[in-house]
Design a protein around this ligand. Structure first.
Ligand SMILES: Nc1ncnc2c1ncn2[C@@H]1O[C@H](COP(=O)(O)OP(=O)(O)OP(=O)(O)O)[C@@H](O)[C@H]1O
Length: 741
């Protein structure tokens, strides 16, 4: 394709993000819930969803939202795929970047929509259906085009990128390059050659995905999962390469702690999930309002979705909702975000002749290897012939050989073989080596060729002409349905305009009537906006409360950990932790810095004068062994020359450990009542036990004040009590605890 053509095809038209809403059937749990009702009504033919506030007195006051398509509880996985995703995958096969992502509250059917039910032909979701469409296209491709299909699978868990196909490798990072956009270097990708290959990879990734139990979903996804498919295609005629990329994203669901009952780890996961989703909401809002700053950098999720939202990709958002009144607020939030996302404009561009296409590299490498093998084989043959001629000439001169072979240098391989037999040992070895290299090259060539797939070979035998026809019809039906919904929506809009036009007619009375109707419409709109404002404020307050609850939980956890550190971690270890711990901004985690005291000590070792003989120390020998050119020559280990390495802590600085007020109170109470203190060996180590031991004995020796024994830790009293502390072990009859005497 020449430059002008390419620029023509790349002249991108703006295209809005397509938004569809899918409402799942009411669940058994929701049905069983007291006072719950269905508050969502869907109108698939008009692309409209209505939601009614269950607490509002005026039941007529419903909120209405319009989308590109709406699916109710009776919609099937096949319908959704054929009408929504099939046209997108067709675009991918034309060289576009496309993205489908499922968004919604936890338990509303995102995973059901994207992945479906494994092993159930009817219930399989978007991802496995995509595989079938891709391979059916390849099997039918004309001109025997060459394809390279590769897939990657990653998840964002607690704001960390993880490779689901190589779970043990270290966490991944995000990079950005001008032409490539945002990408993940070192992400493992697997080349696939059939539907089955892709299903195997998907299942393998799903096994590694982080899933957990919550009150709202037994198998709740605790991470955002992104399945990436890259299809590189080379047209045999024009030799041009196109690349289509498809991202299939199953987001983790937004959730409220009050409903999911999340605690500890689940709670931390939930707070990260909600943060990422709220940053996604902010990006959607900023894009919809044409804001000059789009906060993509607020989370890894929004950075990864940068091309899909406001970028060069064709994007479809599937907003999953449930019909029950118990989730009214969450459903309303999802519907609002989905409605805002409709305004996002993308600029899809065909990836014609991309520079980073592996297929092109593979094809060039294959051509190079083929040429190399052919050249080697030529050289090999001519060497064999030359050698054989010499051997035969020698043999002709020798008296033992009676009949010299005259036609030994024929072209066929049999003669080559007999020639090899006739060759001397050295030449044979050289020839073997040559052949080995050639066979290695051939293996490499086969490997590379094995990764590529030739189209048009009907890989899927099951695809008959009728099925192909059926697919075409399905696409037509989907297109017609889309247009029908669009027309219906336009009709409704035009109704309003017609009303205005009608307003110009006849009598004053009619004018008054029309204006009253108009006014009442405007008033309704005004009221709806007022309500939205109130709802948004309430939503904001709820979010705030939720965040406060999460914060309280996390503070509680922090206090618990600090209490453990204060009471059970030795002071010197604690101090070391505090001085060595550094927060790594890049990786967003705490790290322990290596203590560089050793290095400093080594630096203080006296260096020797070059040329002077000196006894070699063990250390110097070891340094020399490392054969480091820059390593210094050390003097003999004359310890008198050394500075003393001062310990980190001196006896003078020693302070007795602090005992928390609660522990003191317990001990004091026990002292007062003279009861036995039985401390079981529940994770207590010996040093802690002995510390407690000391404290108890100290207080036992302290004179009582007003009948209550006090714990003192002055040095003088410590020394006075020294003998008391050294009681024989037999003074403590219980092996696993202490008894106050
Ligand atoms: N359209 C549907 N038809 C029938 N069942 C559905 C539908 N959508 C969801 N379900 C059922 O609802 C339950 C929750 O669905 P799913 O796990 O897909 O939710 P999710 O949105 O992915 O939740 P999470 O965000 O917690 O991962 C599942 O048992 C699923 O089978």
């Amino acid at each position: 394709m020449d430059r002008s053509n390419r620029s023509k095809s790349q002249k991108a038209l703006n295209e809005c993000v397509k938004v569809i809403v899918r409402c799942r059937p009411i669940s058994k749990k929701e049905k069983a819930c007291d006072g719950a009702s269905q508050v969502v009504s869907t109108y698939p033919r008009r692309g409209v969803v209505e939601i009614q506030n269950p607490n509002e007195a005026n039941k007529e006051n419903r909120k209405t939202f319009t989308y590109d398509a709406v699916y109710d509880h009776s919609s099937t996985q096949k319908n959704i795929y054929d009408e929504i995703v099939r046209p997108l995958v067709t675009s991918v096969l034309e060289g576009f970047n496309c993205c489908v992502f499922a968004y919604g509250q936890t338990g509303t059917g995102k995973t059901h929509t994207m992945e479906g039910i494994r092993g159930d032909e009817e219930q399989k979701g978007i991802i496995p259906r995509t595989f079938e469409q891709i391979w059916s296209h390849i099997s039918r491709a004309q001109n025997l085009n060459t394809f390279l299909v590769s897939v990657s699978y990653l998840e964002i868990y607690m704001e960390e990128l993880r490779d689901l196909l190589q779970p043990n490798c270290k966490t991944l990072e995000l990079r950005e390059r001008e032409k490539m956009g945002v990408y993940v270097p070192n992400l493992h990708s697997v080349t696939c050659k059939s539907v089955e290959d892709m299903i195997t990879v998907m299942n393998q990734g799903n096994k590694n995905r982080t899933v957990g139990f919550t009150n709202m979903n037994e198998h709740s996804s605790r991470s955002h999962a992104i399945f990436m498919i890259k299809i590189e295609m080379c047209e045999t005629d024009s030799n041009t390469v196109k690349v289509g990329k498809l991202n299939l994203i199953d987001l983790a669901g937004s959730e409220r702690q009050s409903k999911t009952g999340a605690t500890a780890e689940r709670l931390k996961e939930a707070s990260k999930i909600n943060l990422a989703l709220s940053s996604l909401g902010n990006v959607i809002s900023a894009l919809a309002e044409n804001s000059p700053h789009i906060p993509y950098r607020d989370s890894k999720l929004t950075r990864l979705l940068q091309d899909s939202l406001g970028g060069n990709s064709k994007t479809t958002m599937i907003a999953n909702i449930g019909p029950s009144s118990i989730n009214y607020n969450e459903t309303l939030t999802t519907l609002r975000y989905a409605s805002r996302a409709k305004a996002i404009q993308n600029k899809p561009i065909k990836n014609d002749d991309p520079q980073d296409a592996k297929l092109k590299q593979y094809q060039e490498e294959i051509a190079r290897l083929k040429q190399l093998i052919a050249d080697r084989q030529k050289v090999e043959r001519s060497t064999v012939r030359k050698k054989t001629k010499t051997v035969v000439k020698k043999a002709a001169k020798s008296p033992e050989v009676e009949e010299p072979a005259e036609d030994e240098a024929d072209n066929d391989e049999n003669n080559d073989m007999s020639a090899v037999i006739a060759m001397d040992a050295e030449s044979k070895v050289a020839l073997e080596r040559e052949r080995e290299i050639t066979s290695q090259l051939a293996t490499k060539l086969n490997e590379l060729e094995g990764q590529l797939v030739r189209g048009g070979r009907n890989i899927l035998d099951t695809y008959t002409e009728r099925q192909i026809e059926l697919e075409k019809r399905l696409e037509e039906i989907a297109e017609r349905k889309r247009r029908e919904v669009e027309m219906q929506q336009q009709l409704e809009l035009q109704e309003e305009t017609t009303l205005e036009i009608l307003g110009t007619v006849t009598s004053l009375e009619q004018e008054v009537e029309l204006k009253t109707r108009k006014l009442s419409k405007c008033y309704n709109k005004y009221m709806a906006l007022q309500q939205e404002l109130i709802d948004t404020k309430n939503e904001h307050n709820r979010d705030l409360r939720e965040l406060e609850m999460t914060q309280n939980e996390l503070i509680k956890e922090l206090k618990r950990l600090l209490l453990i550190i204060d009471n059970f971690v030795p002071v010197e270890v604690k101090n070391r932790l505090y001085t060595q711990a550094r927060y790594d901004e890049e990786q967003e985690e705490w790290k322990l810095c290596a203590n560089n005291m050793n290095d400093n000590c080594l630096m203080r070792r006296p260096v020797s004068y070059s040329g002077r003989r000196r006894p070699i120390s063990e250390f110097a020998l070891q340094e020399a062994k490392k054969s480091n050119v820059e390593s210094v020559r050390y003097k003999g280990e004359n310890i008198v020359n050394y500075e003393l390495d001062m310990p980190c802590r001196t006896t003078h600085e020693y302070q007795s450990p602090k005992v928390s007020a609660s522990l003191q109170a317990v001990l004091a109470e026990a002292m007062r009542t003279d009861d036995d203190i039985d401390i079981t060996d529940n994770g207590f180590n010996n040093s802690i036990r002995s510390r407690l031991d000391r404290i108890i004995n100290q207080s036992a020796q302290t004179p009582t004040q007003n009948g209550v024994r006090t714990i003192k830790s002055s040095k003088i009293e410590n020394s006075k009590r020294h003998s008391a502390i050294k009681k024989p072990a037999s003074a403590y009859p219980k092996a696993r605890g202490l008894v106050n005497k």
